[in-house]
Write a protein of this length. Sequence first.
Length: 440
Amino acid sequence: MRGLDEHRAATLALATPLPTVEVHLLDALGLVLAEDVATPEALPRWDNSAMDGYAVRAADVAAARPDAPVRLRVVADLAAGSDDEPEVTPGAAARIMTGAPVPPGADAVVPVELTATAVTGGAWEPDEGAVLVREPVATGAHVRCAGDDAAAGDTVLRAGALVGPAHVAAAASVGRSTLVVHRRPRVAVVSTGDELVPPGEPLRRGQIPDSNSWLLAAAAREAGADVLRLGPERDDPAALHRLLRALDAGEHGAVDAIVTSGGVSAGAYDVVKAALADEPGVAFVPVAVQPGKPQGLGRLPGGTPVWTLPGNPVSSATSFEVFVRPALLRMRGLVDVERPRVPAVAADSWSTPVGRAQLMPVVRADPGADSGTRPGALASDGADPAAARSGDGRVAVRRATPRGSGSHLVARLAVAQGLAVIPAGVEQVRPGDSLEVFWT
Ligand SMILES: Nc1nc2c(c(=O)[nH]1)N[C@H]1C(S)=C(S)[C@@H](COP(=O)(O)OP(=O)(O)OC[C@H]3O[C@@H](n4cnc5c(N)ncnc54)[C@H](O)[C@@H]3O)O[C@H]1N2
Ligand code: MOO
C-alpha cells in the first residue's frame, strides 16, 4: 500500500499553476498574484498634511502661548486635491486640510484646535487674513513625508500573494486598475452509483440521495475553483468513460481537473475503475489511510488530471481534503497549499487501523465546542482558553462522533471542526496523547 504522504506528493505532482490573466482589481479578489507590483512613484507622492489646520514655519510659532498667541498672515486655503503651491514666507501660514500638499516654505502643521481666527468657529474669511497660533509645534509636526510608505520603485505586492482587500487597495494606490493573476481552476465533479438519486427526489428501498457530488462541489468551490457538478451517473462503464473523455476533450467547456466519487473498490459494479481500466495514464492504488483507502489518480489523454475518490461520504470528504484541495490550491498559484497542523491533546480514546494512518474528524473538547467556533479563534472568541487547552497550551480534542471515523457517517460529519492525523504506526489513542490536528 502507498503511504499517505507518498500519495499526497503524487497528487500534487499533477498540479501546476494555471495560466495568467489580467483582470480588473475587484475580480482579482481571491486569486493569486502572478506578478510583482512596484510603485512608480514615492508614496505618499509629496509631503502632505496629517491634520486640518495651518501650514506654518515652526520657527515662527516657537514662542506661541495660549495667553500670548502668535499672529500669522494667511496666504492661501489648501483643500485636499488643491494644486496650489503658495510660498509660506516668514510670518505667513496657509490654511490646509488633511491630505493637501504642504506648501513650499512650511515645515509643520498646526492643528486647527491650537489656533483661533478673527471669526473663530465660522468659515475662514479671506478678508480677516490672519490666524492666531496658541501653541508651538515641532518641525515636521503633522506632516506626512513623501516616501513614508514606499520609495519610488519599491515592490509593494509580491507574486504568489493571495489577493485580499488590502492587496486591492495597495494596487489601486500605486495607480493600477488591473492585476495579472492565475486564473481560477474549473473542476468537474462526477458522482457515480445506481443507488443514487438527486436530493429531494422520492426514494425506493435501496436508493439514497447523492450527497457526494454536492459535498465535493462545495469543497472545490471553497478551495477557490469554479465547479461543473455532474451526476449521479449510472453504473455503466462505457457511458462513464465517454463522459470522462468528453470532459477531458473540453466538450463541456474546458476543465482543469476531474473529481469522481464512488466505484473504485473491489465490488462487482465498480464503475469508475472499470471505465478507466484501459486508460494508461490513470492508476488505482490502495493508500494506507482510513478513511480513504481506494484511490485512483492520473491524467486522461487530453492531459486533464483526474482524482477518483472512494464513494463512502466521509472517505470522499477526507480524500478531497488531503489529496485534491492542495492540488487545486497549487493550480491557483499558491505555494503554501497545506493547512497548518497544530499540536493537540486527546481527550478521548479510540483504536486506529493497523498499518494505516487515520484521519479522525474531531471537535474541541471544551464547553465552547458546540458553538461552531474554530479553535484558532479561541483567544478572541470570548471562550475561556484555559478550559480548552492543556497546561502547555495545546487544544484538547475528542472524536466528533462516538462512532469516530466510520466512513458512512455523512450526517454527523458537519459537526467536525478538524481532522486529527494519526500516524500509521499508532494503534490506540489514549487521553493525554499528543495529536496533530488541522482545522477544516
Ligand atoms: N471487498 C471490499 N470491499 C470494500 C473495500 C475493500 O477493500 N474490499 N473497501 C471499502 C472501503 S475502505 C471503501 S472507502 C469503499 C469505497 O467504495 P467505492 O469507492 O467503490 O464506493 P461505492 O461502492 O460506490 O460506495 C460506497 C458507499 O458510499 C455510498 N455512496 C457512494 N456514492 C455516494 C454519493 N454520491 N452520495 C452518497 N453516498 C454515496 C454508497 O451508497 C455506499 O454505501 O468500499 C469499501 N468496500
Ligand atoms: O477507506 Mo474506506 O474509506 O476506509 O472507508
